[in-house]
Design a protein around this ligand. Structure first.
Ligand code: ADP
Length: 170
């Protein structure tokens, strides 16, 4: 049984993440999408919201599970009985960090390998950070994220705007 963990913040899940998911579920028997619960990163969406959105947009795949995690990735992979970690590589800027991570993880647990998918060209520029920025300024994000995520992201931005307005002194 080939089980892999695909870890990330997914704040929110983008079409770039979806492309990696779609390609890896074809290769592995089971894909566990690990949603990082790291409040130090001050995520826009809570871990529960991110898990829910991922569940909503991956319904078409039968061999996938969305699981929140915190702490060391390699401990999570062991807990899940996964022998692979899936990561996506966009540009050369991702490479250095990803190389360090995979080598460190390999030292910590030699039985867990990292499998890299190079990004599909149409998503190579895409990151959750830029999607959040475009959304914050009211830009059209429909070409970057699944429809259900665009709805949640726009709702979240409106809530944030209202919160800021209510905080302002009269
Ligand atoms: P981000 O880096 O956008 O905040 P995550 O931390 O959630 O996203 O990333 C999880 C994994 O998905 C990482 O391996 C990252 O390189 C990969 N990934 C993110 N966006 C893309 C994309 N557009 N194409 C390919 N891989 C991607």
């Amino acid at each position: 049984m080939l089980r892999a963990v695909y870890p990330g913040s997914f704040d929110p899940v983008t079409l770039g993440h979806m492309d990696i998911i779609r390609r890896s579920v074809k290769i592995v028997d089971e894909l566990i999408v690990g949603v990082l619960n790291n409040n130090a990163k001050m995520p826009l969406f809570s871990v529960e919201e991110r898990v829910k959105m991922l569940n909503d947009v991956t319904r078409e795949f039968s061999n996938i599970k969305i699981v929140p995690f915190e702490g060391l990735l390699i401990d999570f992979a062991r807990q899940m009985n996964a022998s692979f970690v899936v990561r996506g590589l966009r540009a050369i800027t991702d490479f250095e960090y990803e190389l360090q991570m995979s080598q460190t993880n390999h030292k910590l647990e030699p039985d867990v390998e990292t499998m890299f998918f190079t990004t599909s060209i149409e998503y190579s520029y895409l990151s959750s950070t830029t999607v959040r920025e475009v959304a914050a300024f009211g830009g059209d994000i429909s070409q970057f994220v699944p429809e259900a995520v665009a709805i949640q992201l726009n709702r979240k931005m409106n809530e944030e705007k209202e919160r800021v307005m209510n905080e302002q002194p009269n």
